[in-house]
Every structure is written in C-alpha cells, then in structure tokens.
Design a protein around this ligand. Structure first.
Ligand SMILES: NC(=O)c1ccc[n+]([C@@H]2O[C@H](COP(=O)([O-])OP(=O)(O)OC[C@H]3O[C@@H](n4cnc5c(N)ncnc54)[C@H](OP(=O)(O)O)[C@@H]3O)[C@@H](O)[C@H]2O)c1
Length: 349
C-alpha cells in the first residue's frame, strides 16, 4: 500500500516522504480484539499534524517511520471478534472519526491506504454523505467544535436561545462548525474573521462579522460595540490572550471563555496565569477553560446527529488534494488561511 511517513523533521516538504509500496498492516483480529482494519478513502488535515511534524523527530525510539494524520474516513475491511454488537459495525460499512493525538505522536497516523483503528473511535458515515463531507465535519475539527459548545450548554444538551456568543477564528476548520452549532441551537453569533470571509460566516449563521484586521485592537472595538450588551460566551478558535485579558469589557461576569489554542503552541504560562491567578493578584475576573479534545466515536456520532437535525448545515471544504499532493495540502494548511477543511482523497478508485 501507499503511505506517507516522516523521514526527517521540520516543514512538510522537508519531513515527508511518500512510500509507494509498504506491507499492509496485520492487526490482531482475534476474539478479544476491538480493532478495525479500514481502507481509507479520505483524510482531513489539522494544524496539530504540523505541530507533530516540527516538534517530534522521526528517529525517536518510539517513532518508526511515523505516519502523520489524525482524521479518517474509510470502509471496514475486517474487524476483531470483540467489537460490541451495539455499534452495529460490519465489513463494508463506511465509517469516520479521528485518532487520539498520542497514537499519532507514536507514528500511527491515517495518511495511508489501510489503517488499523479501535472501534471506539469510529462513527458510521450517515447515508447520502460523501467521505470528504464526513471527514471534514466528524474529524478533529467537528468534534472539537461540538465539545466547545457543550462547554457552554452542558453535557445534558439544551439550547442557546437568547444567548449571545462571540466566535474568534470563525472561518477555519473548527470555527465554521462552532458558528453553525451555536446558531442552530438558537444563539446570536458574532464572528471574528478577516473581511474576505465575512460573507462566508454570515452564510453559516453569524449576525455580524467583525474584521480583526480593520478593528485593531479588536478588544477596543468589542468593548465599544458590545460593552452595553455583553456576550454570554466567547469561543476562541484562534488563541488570543488579549481577547481573554480584556474580556470583562464585553463578557458577562458569569460568562464562559473557552480557548482551544494553548499548550504546545502557546506555552503553559498563559494557561497557568489565566486559570490559577486570583483576581487580587491581577488575574482576569472571568472563567477560563483551555480545552483539549479527546477524540471519540461518541462525539463523532453527536456531530452526525446535529447534521441530521439540520443544526449543522454545511461541511466547509476549502480544497481537496490527491494522495500524491499531500505536501502541497499541508503547505496550504500552514498558511493559516484555510476556509474550512483541507481534505486528501486517498482512494482514487
Ligand atoms: N485544543 C484542541 O483540542 C484543538 C482541536 C482542534 C484545533 N485546535 C487548534 O485550534 C486552532 C484552529 O484550528 P483549525 O483547525 O480551525 O485551524 P484552521 O482551519 O487552519 O483555521 C485557520 C483560520 O484561522 C483564522 N485566523 C488566523 N489568524 C487569525 C486571527 N488573528 N484572528 C482570528 N482568526 C484568525 C483564519 O481566518 P481568516 O483568514 O479569516 O483570518 C483561518 O480561517 C489551531 O491552532 C489548532 O491547533 C485545538
């Protein structure tokens, strides 16, 4: 089979090699196994792939010919004997989802023609959906968007009627799904993006798009425009420390600030400061969550249910690349200017 792997570290062009012919994986499919062997049709790319490529050298002892990629859509070729009946999975079913970051860090990613995944990470692709749409909305980005919104509405679900939500980074893979879920659950959504993407986020349901390039500093504009009618929640998909530090000017005292960009990419200092510094020592008097996705089939199924209910109306696909064009696909992702998801079509049959 064909498979991409990292042979050095750095940018995708420096790091990645396409192996034209490597042996198929041979999973344990005994009576105790919950593994699925998948023939991959589509993979969507995530910024986390780039972080792993530039921060983990392939020669580390636990990473042998590491394969990048977290998201997957594909067809079940074989399954282990302990896959629970209630999942209703069978050979030939189309499934999709995302791998946990730890597995990908170890080198067991999805940019290959055949991949082994645990049944707990997959959801069936709803009938009528193409693989690109499924992987675009049920992979890391869609699952992260769903969990961010659940951070506001709670695990029991519920609506967002009468609530006003600010989404920063609204035109990217995560943001385009966050905007749709918030709008679909009844919120009034204000979206921050570049002016070129204003029409896109308004089509997805935002009542207003704020161009962060025109309104610089953004925080002063938000305070002036929304200070009298502050937000109930701010969902930050771009990772702005200034947006949080200034949030008392436009976020209600009991409002929620949820950020997904931190840790490796921004360092731990902002997290420790935002989460732990008491107001008396200059901390910001608003709640702060730094969310890290733990991908699961359960969350992918919740996203699928929101699509079926019409809460999520579109899978925004920025562009589709062939298996041979993975480096170009990653270079497009690295510009930070994708509108929705970048998808690799692995199976050309
Ligand atoms: N914590 C987690 O579990 C988790 C999960 C998924 C993703 N993430 C992180 O979340 C971030 C977003 O992921 P993604 O998949 O949505 O990335 P993406 O698809 O590459 O999003 C890029 C978007 O960011 C916007 N953007 C760039 N600079 C901006 C700024 N200064 N202000 C507002 N928007 C800006 C761009 O919009 P414009 O062109 O309109 O500016 C672009 O549409 C990444 O850093 C990723 O690593 C974290």
């Amino acid at each position: 089979m064909k498979s991409w792997s990292a042979t050095s570290f750095g940018t995708p062009r420096q790091a990645l090699t396409l192996n034209p012919s490597i042996p198929l994986p041979t999973p344990n499919l005994t009576s105790t196994s919950t593994a699925l062997l998948l023939k991959i049709t589509h993979v969507s790319l995530n910024p986390a792939d780039l972080v792993l490529l530039r921060s983990l050298p392939p020669w580390l002892p636990f990473r042998r010919a590491p394969v990048p990629g977290c998201d997957f859509a594909g067809e079940i070729v074989a399954l282990g004997g302990a896959v629970p009946d209630e999942l209703g999975l069978a050979v030939g079913d189309r499934v999709c989802g995302a791998l946990g970051l730890a597995g990908v860090a170890l080198g067991r990613g999805t940019l290959a023609e055949f991949v082994v995944v645990d049944c707990g990470l997959v959801a069936k692709v709803p009938a009528r959906w193409g693989g690109a749409m499924a992987v675009g909305v049920m992979g890391i980005a869609g699952q992260t968007a769903a969990q961010m919104v659940k951070g506001v509405v709670g695990d029991g679900g519920g609506g967002l009627e009468g609530r006003r939500v600010l989404v920063n980074g609204a035109s990217g893979g995560v943001g385009t799904v966050v905007v749709q879920i918030c709008k679909g659950l009844g919120a009034e959504v204000v979206a921050v993006c570049s002016g070129a993407n204003a029409g896109l986020v308004e089509r997805l349901g935002a009542v207003e798009a704020v161009d962060y390039r025109v309104h610089d500093p953004l925080e002063d504009h938000l305070a002036e425009r929304f200070g009298e009618a502050p937000f109930d929640a701010i969902l930050d998909c771009a990772g702005s420390q200034a947006l949080y530090a200034n949030s008392p000017r436009y976020l209600k005292p009991d409002g929620k600030f949820i950020n997904i960009v931190g840790g490796w990419s921004q360092g731990v200092v902002p997290f420790v400061r935002n989460k732990l510094r008491p107001c008396l020592l200059g901390g910001t008097p608003r709640s702060y969550e730094l969310f890290l996705l733990s991908a699961s089939g359960k969350t992918a199924r919740e996203v699928a249910a929101w699509v079926e209910q019409g809460v999520i109306k579109e899978a925004l696909i920025d562009s589709e690349f062939s298996m041979e064009q993975v480096v170009e696909a990653y270079e497009k992702l690295a510009t930070g200017r994708a509108k929705g998801k970048i998808v690799v079509k692995v199976d050309n049959s």
